[in-house]
Write a protein that binds this ligand. Sequence first.
Ligand code: UDX
Ligand code: ADP
Length: 459
Amino acid sequence: MVSKICCIGAGYVGGPSMAVMADSSPGVDIEVVDVDQQRIDAWNNLNGASLPIYEPGLQQVLDRVRGHNLYFSTDVAGAIRRADMVFLSVNTPTKHRGHGAGAAADLTFIEKAARQIADSAQGATIVVERSTLPVRTADGLRRILDCSTNARFEILSNPEFMAEGTAIDDLQNPDRVLVGGQCDATVNALAGIYANWVPSSRIITTNLWSAELAKLTANAFLAQRISSINAIAGICEATGADVEEVRRAIGADRRIGAEFLKSGPGFGGSCFKKDLLNLIYLAEHYGLDEVARYWRMVLDLNGWSQKRISQMIVKTLFGTLRDKRIAVLGFAFKADTNDTRESPAIGICRDLLHDGASLSIHDPRVDDGAMRSLLSMSDDGLPAVGGFEKAASVETACDGADAVLILTDWHQYKQLDWADLASRMRQPGWVFDARRGTNLAEAESHGLDTWQIGRGGLN
Ligand code: UDX
Ligand code: ADP
């Protein structure tokens, strides 16, 4: 029976997933630990700090469990020592230098955490991989853990499929939970915890390597759908077809399904790019060059989806953005999150700045510190040319703007008051809607020129 759990890493995955586990498993005590004291203070809402991540419903779950059977602290060694199950939820960014740079996962944090577990664990301990990892990471993990003299280990892979912005609902009602391992009793120990709130038909058990590969595969397939629909959006614009109509038509086919077919400025987030790179690296490693090229194309197309938007804007605004002001609506990679990792807004804004634009960026959840650190340099590492500021409201962003660019699918952008916004803008004014999320007919009725992703024939 598992009664004490430790989760190493209090990030976007560790925090919410342990909160939901604690909420549904009253018999289990969970300590979430992190080396980052500020982050832990924020999880504890100390000194007026707000939670480190924005996620609808998270605060309510935390209010029920924090200090009850869920604790946040920096006592990594102590929490490992007390635990009979340790979740590894540390970050695995893409390697920036050395062998495999630009593709392979950087496992520094995993390795460090594994050494901490080997040093501190006592007795029989189950180590659970939660971070998305390259296939066969468990081999390396075992090698390090086996150096322990005080503990014996079993390793499980339990990848998390939740998406940001819907994390709490995804965690409470998952399509499936995946537990991979080599020992049935250990697999059942973790499956038994999930059984507290997930129907057993949704708990899938596999071998270790299938679980590791399934996570990469799921993200690669999802990313592939977005790149596919974005490619079709380009054809729609050129031919007079409308990608929303195409989406409805193909989404009704049960074999294709309606989800994940919305065209936009390209996918962002912490997972898709990293996991595709991971898969490409894996394919290359095994000499599967065509396979690597196939998945590389999904990624390349995502770069194209972003670039074409900045290029189209420059072209539309008479070939130069100098002395032009653009209101950018949305900086997070999607709605309902403050996360900006790999957000398409970063590359697009950098391009616009590079062309001399002055940007006024609105986002309901992203703070200006995050924008500043991402935009003060251009892609080539040089200081950005144009200037930018964070706007306190959509209205102030639009004051004196030549164009409005919608990049994130925040709900509030669906109900913009175009009569008011048009009157604040310099004429002629444009609206570029990269999310199909606003009433452009209304914008047009107030004299604005419009462009919408995947809508053909009107440019
Ligand atoms: C993703 C996976 O969905 C999740 O299962 C995995 O565990 C982690 O990676 P996340 O990155 O949080 O989750 O968000 P997701 O909702 O998948 O969106 C990713 C990106 O794709 C966003 O930039 C989003 O705007 C874009 N997207 C999504 C589209 O452009 N069109 C769509 O139809 C869906
Ligand atoms: P994810 O989206 O996968 O949750 P994050 O970057 O949000 O990734 O969170 C990972 C967390 O793991 C960070 O807060 C980081 O400080 C923490 N972390 C990394 N290595 C260790 C370690 N060895 N011990 C404790 N915490 C760690």
